[in-house]
Design a protein around this ligand. Structure first.
Ligand code: HEM
Length: 247
């Protein structure tokens, strides 16, 4: 039972299990996010109203249950991991280059988690509730199309953020030792927070509405969203890490 030796130490079995749980829940969450964005949205655009309504109530409803609880578990295990690594005596986990890397990943991961529960699920409840009501012979809810748009924009924003998020999660665990940077400065964090804030505010419709030129370009087509994710990663990497982090 050596897995249980020094169970709660930073190298012990507990951190391993939390890490395993974090990755298992993360795969479930992000896998469903990609299914919604790359498969469901284009497929639903081709379905008849009746078929789409039935699929929303029977398929999307179930997928959203796994999606939001996987997001909650990923977040919970992630916070447990941060707690384990930063509670070690004389820990400088959140300082220096590992801290800069994991805090960058967490900025995107926590925003994505809040988008799931605060925007996507809240608005999908209106969309699915409307489909249920119409299927039972009731009146259509005039709020439903706007709710669907809000959910769709937040979902595309999460897809965009998922690329730098996952990079920095994995980089913290396996890559920071390649790097000689000493950690983020105020200039790095200001730079990162401005780009993150502009993209999130835009997706939430606060900059020029839901159909602003940026939103249409980055979010209307999922192919563009994937490109935008890699471009964001490159910008953070080449400007943030290569130019702004002191070595
Ligand atoms: C929601 C907020 C999140 C927090 C607070 C968080 C926190 C963490 C922490 C502390 C680590 C350990 C890094 C280290 O080894 O020093 C980690 C690793 C990791 N995280 Fe997250 N994370 C979050 C979201 C996600 C999401 C959404 C995914 C999606 C799959 C994810 C995937 C990973 C992966 C793959 C690793 C690397 C594990 C390894 O290779 O050992 N995380 N995360």
């Amino acid at each position: 039972m050596e897995l249980f030796n020094d169970f709660f130490e930073t190298t012990g079995g507990f951190q391993f299990m939390a890490r395993f749980g974090h990755i298992l829940a993360g795969v479930t969450w992000i896998g469903l996010l990609y299914f919604f964005n790359f498969v469901q949205v284009p497929a639903y655009a081709e379905l008849s109203d009746g078929a789409r309504s039935e699929a929303l109530r029977k398929l999307t409803f179930r997928a959203l249950w796994w999606f939001r609880y996987a997001a909650a578990l990923t977040f919970l295990f992630g916070i447990i991991l941060v707690g384990i690594y930063s509670s070690e005596e004389n820990s400088n986990y959140l300082e220096g280059v590992s801290g800069t890397s994991i805090l960058t990943g967490m900025l995107f991961g926590i925003t994505m988690f809040l988008n799931v529960w605060g925007v996507i699920w809240r608005n999908q409840k209106i969309v699915i509730g409307n489909a249920e009501n119409v299927a039972a012979g009731g009146e259509a809810n005039p709020e439903a199309p706007a709710a669907a748009k809000r959910a769709a924009r937040a979902s595309r924003c999460n897809t965009l953020f998922s690329i730098p998020m996952l990079w920095f999660m994995v980089f913290t665990a396996h890559g920071v030792t390649f790097y000689s940077a000493v950690g983020g400065t105020i200039v790095y964090w200001a730079f990162l927070l401005i780009i993150w804030g502009l993209i999130e505010a835009s997706a939430l419709g606060y900059i020029g509405g839901f159909d602003s030129p940026f939103n249409k370009l980055a979010f209307d087509k999922h192919q563009n969203t994937i490109w935008a994710g890699f471009i964001l990663l490159a910008v953070i990497w080449f400007i943030g890490w290569e130019l702004l982090l002191p070595t």
